[in-house]
Design a protein around this ligand. Structure first.
Ligand code: ARG
Length: 578
């Protein structure tokens, strides 16, 4: 089915064709003046410029044709030549009927599916996930779901940081403390993280220790058996721990590959760069100098002077693997925007090496999660905030506004805890996703879980309220029926519902979940006004009741789908403490 907006565009396109006007301007957009019209077409202004004619005359020509359309209530040419269009209620209503019977809720799918590899997560071995990993997982998962829903093939890869200097730091720290690596198999994630923390301090204070760590890293990368065996354990234990974290966040990864998996290809890249004559040796390191543009572009270090492979090389090699093995048409990185330079360099080298011809490489850089002081979120003692702690804090906050177990029938401890988790995750994720990706935001424990602001729980609440309406209707044996539109608030709600497809397309094209967050919030608000003026159970007659019930159910389904696309669950019921 075609969305309402697309059907209108078709109508306009036909008229442009009849009038022999350039079709590129033949489209509408939701009206800037909803009090005057539903949609507007600004094409006459652009056409007038190229045709050197009066825009109002052109507008009138188009409007005259539109007037004959049975789906159009009124057309006017306003201001310098804006065409304002008001739709017939019957046209809007039949669109609602179509959407209500469509499992995809009126959303089309892409015609030519691409293969898109998504790189998000990027956790490092032996480090607990911290607040910096939150956005990558939350934004990444949402974009993954949106792309998947719109029909491209998406493959997500966690891209574990498992091959850099921290590996050598941990191994050399264990050797220093234990004498050798014989005990490594007995160490769990806490033990390994604590070795890493100690190594970190030691290497900062002691240049010799840092040197040893680099050497061990290089030997590990060169395949020294003892190190590789020990490292396998480090990695396995870390992956286990991190998987639990991502399960809690409901972030899905198809692949659990890491930097280490690119090792062999790294060697090939170094060879290729040499063959193509674009690398050079500088102070013992293999580097590639990049063309200088308006900003300084530091060279890319492929191989460090100690023989170790650099972070950039692993990303370059990984591009080659994703293109060759996964047949990627597009690779998207959802990574902190402080790494933009890294990705610019990596993408440039990929181009110079021609390893990803015609492949779109895109870094979606996000801003930081900040504390009230506007600086990156910290714990009270100034340390980095652990992701698990942040989630626990949020759950505590949400729990305090919920009834106690068994205060509400059917809600024992487990049911309350499940709800606490769903609401807390909604609060955390929505707070993150309602902001445009590239801007940072202040993590606000006071506001984020409120039921009456622009929050995740507000939308969950709106859904639960509709669920309760639908339950009551069922008890009263009221069935859904054909949509009839007469009241203003019915119209406004229906037009908002009709805009769902457009919001999802914009979100997928711009890779911007906040568009869906905005849409869902606004739909929930509009539904609330509708419900105030257009009661369902007490509507004038059965047809009106049945129609409003369908509108309510459709709103619920779209809100639920929107939350799903944001990675958020919609509980059947919501509870509040007395
Ligand atoms: N592990 C890296 C870090 O903690 C992030 C990885 C981001 N992804 C990538 N393909 N470089 O900084």
């Amino acid at each position: 089915m075609l969305s309402l907006e697309k059907q209108l565009n078709e109508k306009i396109k036909n008229i442009f064709q009849t009038l022999s006007f350039d079709g590129q301007y033949a489209f509408v957009k939701p009206s800037d003046r909803p009090d005057l019209s539903d949609f507007q077409c600004n094409g006459a202004l652009a056409l007038a410029k190229t045709l050197k004619k009066n825009p109002r005359d052109i507008g009138t020509q188009i409007a005259d044709c539109l007037k004959n359309d049975p789906d159009i209530e009124a057309v006017s040419v306003d201001g310098p030549g804006f065409i304002n269009i008001k739709l017939k209620n019957s046209f809007i209503a039949s669109n609602m009927d179509n959407m209500a019977s469509d499992p995809r809720l009126g959303c089309s799918k892409t015609q030519n599916p691409k293969t898109i590899v998504m790189d998000f997560g990027g956790p490092n071995v032996a480090k607990a996930l911290h607040v910096g990993h939150l956005r990558s997982a939350v934004i990444g998962e949402s974009i993954r779901r949106i792309i998947d829903f719109m029909g491209d093939k998406v493959i997500s890869d966690v891209h574990f940081g498992d091959w850099g200097t921290p590996m050598g730091m941990i191994l050399s720290e264990i050797i220093l403390q234990d004498g050798d690596l014989s005990k490594i198999k007995t160490y769990d994630i806490e033990a390994i993280s604590s070795f890493y923390k100690k190594a970190n301090i030691r290497c900062k204070e002691d240049e010799k220790a840092a040197e040893t760590a680099r050497l061990v890293t290089a030997e590990l990368q060169n395949g020294k058996k003892e190190y590789v065996e020990a490292w396998k354990h480090l990695r396995a234990v870390s992956v286990e721990a991190v998987k639990e974290n991502y399960d809690d966040l409901q972030a899905h990864f198809d692949l659990w590959l890491g930097e280490s998996d690119a090792h062999e290809t790294c060697g090939k890249i170094v060879e290729l760069a040499k063959q193509k004559g674009i690398s050079e040796i500088d102070d013992g390191a293999t580097i590639i100098r990049l063309p200088q543009t308006n900003k300084p572009m530091p060279p890319v270090i492929l191989v460090k002077s100690d023989g170790g492979f650099g972070y950039q090389l692993t990303d370059i090699a990984t591009i080659k693997m994703r293109v060759d093995d996964l047949k990627a048409d597009e690779i998207i990185y959802v990574v902190d925007k402080r790494q933009s330079l890294h990705f610019e360099q990596v993408f440039q080298v990929a181009q110079m090496l021609q390893i990803a011809p015609n492949v779109v490489l895109k870094h979606i850089g996000f801003g930081t999660v900040n504390g009230a002081d506007g600086k990156p979120f910290k714990t009270r003692d100034g340390g980095v905030m652990n992701l698990c702690d942040l989630i626990e804090m949020s759950k505590d906050k949400v729990r305090s506004s919920m009834p106690k177990p068994n205060e509400v029938e059917g809600y024992g401890k487990d049911e309350i805890e499940k709800l606490v988790e769903q609401v807390a995750m909604a609060a955390i994720k929505f707070q993150d996703l309602k902001n445009t990706t590239s801007s940072g935001y202040v993590f606000d424990l006071e506001d984020f879980a409120k039921f009456d602001g622009k929050t995740g729980p507000y939308i969950q609440y709106a859904i639960a309220r509709i669920n309760s309406i639908l339950r009551k209707a069922k008890e009263g044996k009221l069935l859904q029926g054909k949509i009839l539109i007469s009241e203003n608030d019915e119209r406004t709600l229906a037009l908002k519902i009709a805009g769902f497809e457009n919001a999802v397309w914009r979100a997928v094209n711009e890779k911007e979940p906040s568009i869906i967050a905005d849409y869902a919030y606004s739909l929930a608000q509009i539904f609330s006004s509708f419900y105030n003026t257009c009661p369902i159970m007490t509507g004038q007659n059965d047809e009106i009741k049945a129609s409003r019930l369908t509108l309510a159910a459709l709103t619920r389904d779209i809100l639920t789908k929107a939350l799903y696309l944001l990675g958020i669950e919609a509980p059947e019921k919501m509870l509040k403490a007395n």
